[in-house]
Design a protein around this ligand. Structure first.
Ligand SMILES: Nc1ncnc2c1ncn2[C@@H]1O[C@H](COP(=O)(O)OP(=O)(O)OP(=O)(O)O)[C@@H](O)[C@H]1O
Ligand SMILES: [Mg+2]
Length: 488
C-alpha cells in the first residue's frame, strides 16, 4: 500500500497508468489476501444488484454490534430503520475459525470540474477480504451463506402487504393484522397440527424439489360465519411472514385475466379466495341449493346475493380455468405459495376443487367449545377461572355459538362493566338460544304431526325438523343480529 501511495505522489500523471498496473501485479504477487468486490449497481443498465442488497442486510444484522461508524436509513419497503456500516468502515467476523474482513467503500466517478450535466451518482461497493489459503471455504460456502441469510433477513424486515385486485390490477396496503395463533380460539391439538403443517411447508424447499412437486400448499377453511376463518388466515400470514393476495374472483372477467393476476403474485405469499361458493358458479346443483336457502334468508342477505349474482354475470371465470391455474401456475413460476379457499358450505363444493393435492388440508372451524371459550376468557378478561365457568361449560355442550359471538359478549361494553357482568351476558345469550332451540323443536314436532297426519308418513316430519332447525334458526347477540346460516 505504501509503494502504491509513493507512485501516486511522485510519478508523472502520464506514467501513472502503467505504474499502477505493475504495482498491482507486484502487490498481488506478495499480498497473501484475496479481495472480492460486490458493486451496488451492475450491468450495462446499472441495475441494483441483488447480491449487494443481500450483503447489506447481512452486514446490518451481523455487524452493527461491532462496527464503530454506522449510518441509519429509512429503506423503502422495510418496516424499521436500517442501520448499515458507514462508508469506509471495516468490520471483521469469523466463519469456521477463518477471519474475514468486510469494508464498505464508495467511488465518485471523475468528471470535469465544470459541467452542464447533472452530478454523477456515487458508486458503492463492499469488499470482502480473506487469506488465499481459505479460497474454497469462502467462495464455496461462506458467500452462499451470506447471500442466503441476507435474503432471509430482507424478507423478515420487509413491510408486509395485503394485495387486493380490481379486475386485472393488484393494489396494496400495509398488512398489519394483530391475529396470531396464541389468541385464536380452537381446539389446541388442531391448532398445533395446523401450525406444524405450515412451518413444515415453509421449510420444505428441498423436500418439494426432491419429490418433484411445485412448492405450494392448498388449504380449505370451512365453517359457519364468525368461527375465525379470516382470523386464521391473518394468523397464518403473521406466523410465516407472508404477504396476502385477497383475490376477488367476481371482478375478474375471464380466465385469461385470472391467469394474469396469478402470475403477478410473488413468492412467500398466501392467495385467498374467500367464500369460494359465492365467487363462481361451480355447479348447477349449487344454484338450486342456494335458491332453497334463499327462502329462509333475511332481506339484507337476499339483497347481497342479488348483488353477487349481478357481479357474477360479468365474470366468466370457470371452475376448470381455476383448477388449471391452481395446478399449473406455480409449476411454471416456482416459489413458496399457499392458496386458501374459505366457505360456509363445504358440502356444496365441487369435489374436484377440494380433492387432496389441490386443497391438501381441510380445516374445519367450528362452534365455540369450552376449551376455546377458556382461551377467549383469558384473552378478553384475563380470567383463568370463575364460578360461572361450570354453567357455561354445560351450556356450550348443549348449544352451538360461534367464537365471534362469545367474543362479543366478553368485550366489556363500558369502562365500568366488570368480568362477572360479561360472563352473565354470555350465560344469558346461551340460555336464550337453548330456549329458542326447544321452542323450534316443539314447533317442528307439531308441524311434523300435522304433516304426518296429512301424508300418512311420520318419518318425513322428523327429518324435515332436522333441516328446518339449521336453516331458520336465528339468534341475536348483544344487539348485533348474527344469522346462523350454515350447517355442516
Ligand atoms: N376462533 C376464533 N378465535 C378468536 N377470535 C375469533 C374466532 N372466531 C371469530 N373470532 C372473532 O370474531 C371476529 C370474526 O371472525 P372471522 O371474520 O375470522 O370469521 P369468519 O369465519 O371469517 O366469518 P365469515 O364466514 O363470515 O367470513 C374476529 O374478528 C374475531 O375477533
Ligand atoms: Mg371471513
Amino acid at each position: 500500500m505504501f509503494i502504491y501511495a509513493m507512485f501516486q505522489q511522485y510519478f508523472p500523471y502520464e506514467l501513472r497508468g502503467h505504474a499502477h498496473k505493475y504495482t498491482q501485479k507486484l502487490v498481488t504477487y506478495f499480498y497473501p489476501y484475496i479481495q472480492i468486490t460486490f458493486h451496488e449497481l451492475t450491468g450495462e443498465k446499472l441495475k441494483r444488484s441483488d447480491a449487494y442488497f443481500a450483503i447489506q442486510n447481512y452486514l446490518a444484522d451481523h455487524t452493527t454490534a461491532t462496527a464503530k461508524r454506522l449510518k441509519a436509513d429509512v429503506v423503502k419497503g422495510s418496516k424499521s430503520l436500517v442501520l448499515t456500516m458507514d462508508d469506509h468502515e471495516q468490520v471483521m467476523e469469523e466463519f469456521q475459525g477463518i477471519k474475514i474482513w468486510w469494508s464498505s467503500n464508495k467511488n465518485t466517478p471523475k468528471r470535469p470540474s465544470f459541467s452542464f450535466y447533472p452530478k454523477t451518482e456515487e458508486r458503492r461497493y463492499y469488499t470482502l477480504t480473506f487469506h488465499k489459503r481459505y479460497r474454497d471455504a469462502i467462495t464455496k460456502s461462506y458467500i452462499d451463506k451470506v447471500l442466503k441469510d441476507g435474503k432471509a433477513i430482507a424478507v423478515r424486515n420487509r413491510e408486509r402487504k395485503l394485495y387486493t385486485n380490481n379486475s386485472t390490477k393488484w393494489s396494496h396496503v400495509q398488512f398489519e393484522h394483530p391475529a396470531n395463533f396464541e389468541t385464536l380460539a380452537m381446539a389446541e391439538n388442531e391448532k398445533e397440527a395446523v401450525k406444524n403443517d405450515l412451518i413444515k411447508f415453509s421449510k420444505g424447499k428441498e423436500y418439494y424439489t426432491k419429490i418433484g412437486k411445485p412448492w405450494k400448499r392448498g388449504y380449505l377453511l370451512y365453517g359457519p360465519p364468525g368461527t375465525g376463518k379470516s382470523t386464521m388466515i391473518a394468523a397464518m400470514a403473521n406466523l410465516l411472514d407472508y404477504d396476502i393476495y385477497d383475490l376477488e374472483l367476481t371482478t375478474v372477467k375471464d380466465n385469461s385475466e385470472l391467469r394474469k393476476l396469478l402470475i403477478e403474485t410473488t413468492s412467500k405469499s398466501i392467495i385467498i379466495i374467500e367464500d369460494i361458493d359465492c365467487s363462481i358458479d361451480l355447479t348447477g346443483q349449487r344454484r338450486k341449493e342456494k335458491k332453497k336457502y334463499e327462502s329462509s334468508s333475511s332481506s339484507s342477505e337476499k339483497k347481497k346475493e342479488e348483488e353477487e349474482k349481478k357481479s357474477k354475470k360479468g365474470s366468466k371465470v370457470t371452475l376448470s380455468g381455476l383448477l388449471n391455474f391452481i395446478d399449473g401456475i406455480w409449476s411454471a413460476c416456482g416459489g413458496e405459495r399457499i392458496i386458501i379457499f374459505t366457505t360456509n358450505f363445504v358440502d356444496k363444493l365441487d369435489p374436484a376443487l377440494i380433492r387432496r393435492g389441490r386443497m391438501d388440508r381441510h380445516i374445519e372451524m367450528s362452534y365455540c367449545c369450552f376449551e376455546a371459550f377458556k382461551l377467549l376468557a383469558r384473552n378478553y378478561l384475563d380470567l383463568d377461572d370463575h364460578e360461572l365457568f361450570g354453567r357455561i361449560e354445560v351450556l356450550l355442550g348443549e348449544k352451538e355459538i360461534t367464537p365471534a359471538d362469545v367474543a362479543e359478549c366478553l368485550m366489556p361494553k363500558s369502562e365500568t362493566e366488570g368480568v362477572e357482568s360479561c360472563l352473565r351476558e354470555l350465560v344469558k345469550v346461551l340460555e336464550k338460544l337453548k330456549k329458542k332451540k326447544k321452542q323450534g323443536k316443539k314447533k317442528a314436532e307439531e308441524e311434523g304431526e300435522v304433516n304426518g297426519e296429512e301424508n300418512g308418513d311420520g318419518e318425513s316430519g322428523e327429518s324435515s325438523s332436522g333441516s328446518g332447525e339449521s336453516s331458520s334458526e336465528d339468534y341475536e347477540v348483544a344487539g348485533k343480529g348474527r344469522k346462523r346460516n350454515s350447517k355442516r
